[in-house]
Design a protein around this ligand. Sequence first.
Ligand SMILES: Cc1cc2nc3c(=O)[nH]c(=O)nc-3n(C[C@H](O)[C@H](O)[C@H](O)COP(=O)(O)OP(=O)(O)OC[C@H]3O[C@@H](n4cnc5c(N)ncnc54)[C@H](O)[C@@H]3O)c2cc1C
Length: 494
Amino acid sequence: MLLGAALGAYTDNNWCMALAWFLLPRELYDHLCLHGVLAGRRRRCHVLVLAAGSQQQEIVVVGAGAAGLAAAYFAAVSGAQVKVLEKTEEAGKKVRISGGTRCNVLPSTVELPRDYFTDSSTSALRAVFSTWSLDDCHYWLSNSHEVGIKLALEEATGKWFPASNSGADVRDRLVQACRKLGVQFAFGAGLEDLRQQQGGGGWELLLQGGGREAAQRVILATGGLSYPSLGTTGDGYRLLERHGHSLHTPYAALTPLLGTHPGEAQLSGISLYEAELVAVPSSSSGGSGGGGSGGGGGKKKGGRAKAQRTAMLFTHRGYSGPAILDLSHHVVKALERQQPAPQIRAQWTGDAAADWEARLLEGGPALVPNMLRREGLPQRLAEALCLEAGVPLDRKLAELRKSERAELVAALTQYALPITGHEGYAKAEVTGGGLPLNEVDCGTLESRRLPGVHVCGELLDVFGRIGGFNFYWAFVTGRLAGLSAAEAAAAAPH
Ligand SMILES: Cc1cc2nc3c(=O)[nH]c(=O)nc-3n(C[C@H](O)[C@H](O)[C@H](O)COP(=O)(O)OP(=O)(O)OC[C@H]3O[C@@H](n4cnc5c(N)ncnc54)[C@H](O)[C@@H]3O)c2cc1C
């Protein structure tokens, strides 16, 4: 009995799994499978299939990104025979390069309405996330019987990274975990279209360049449109639309913004770490600075969004860094829909107006830009803000006029960044929009139009903010699609 279990655990050989299934008590077998000690939760299906000598049902996962790999793993661990088709020559390219190649694989906490964005219903979003907790996902990634990546928490940001700080390591372990379960991979295999087999028994997959595959169930995990250079060129969206699905119009999210810098200066290379940014609907404009539409005050109610991160960076063409990426989709969505874009207002050091007011009132012989630098503003930015606020660079604090002080405080605490556009999909970490959640069954992620086709990952109308939230979404939806597809495949008549 133990021999059977051991063989089953360390090989993906169906006969060994069959032996384990025959020899072990049912509860023990299921327990070992659930905890990843044995490689298949429903290998008994294989047993039956092997015994009958007939063909196994097959699941084809399209796309070997984070979601596709999770889907393949969980379909295989449930006993299904799984093949992954990947258009490029490599699995998990985004996993490999993500997080500056360190791969921020999960966040340490999740608060749904704050951390995820969707135009679909939030109850649907909750329903999907309720299928797998963050802790269980963390366990799956780190448990040596499953994916087995040693993870380390970056306390300051609440981000989980592999202890090796290597995205390639995460990718390799995900692929290895799949291979151990018998998942097959085909590279250079891009899906062109799907055709339902006669009698509704499954799907024929037509490949770019002419090949074909057949599958009882298909899991679409082709990602969105961001970083098209890595293979994600919106194929899945086109396919879904071709088969009658509607889409929430996709848009670039977590993308750098274009625009001039304060005082028309070139400030590229400057970073700030405590900036507080807020997106203010254009109807409530009134911040200081080049992007402002004049006037003062600004409504405090409704529609404002605060960046959850505080680091930002001046680039050659505008602005980037986590705080900017966090808010970028508000600007992109408006611009794409040809609506007035919200202002992004900066409180550069995080210090509020009253604090600056008090410091500027202290007087003394120091030059204003020097005092700003002492208080934490980079010199070039301090000078640019002075110029923009009409404060001469040789103005001493003691000589600062009331009107100058008011302009300067506004420039320091509610500067409207002069945003003119965005970097688009080429530099967007994710795609917003996509397949609305009400067009899939949220309990299985099966398409409501294409029976037997499940959809997961970035293709769906959900993205998360910076911090590991997007991989968490990819893993949750990949797992749900994989388990559901395998269960349905096993239940289907052979
Ligand atoms: C630069 C960058 C850094 C990032 N850093 C992080 C981070 O640190 N943490 C985080 O949580 N998220 C990060 N993200 C976001 C994260 O990478 C994505 O949200 C996640 O990879 C989406 O997973 P997915 O499997 O849905 O899609 P993808 O990872 O995009 O995978 C889709 C796969 O499908 C393949 N494919 C496409 N079309 C076809 C076709 N027709 N046939 C077959 N295969 C096809 C593609 O080649 C690709 O391999 C980052 C993204 C980028 C671009």
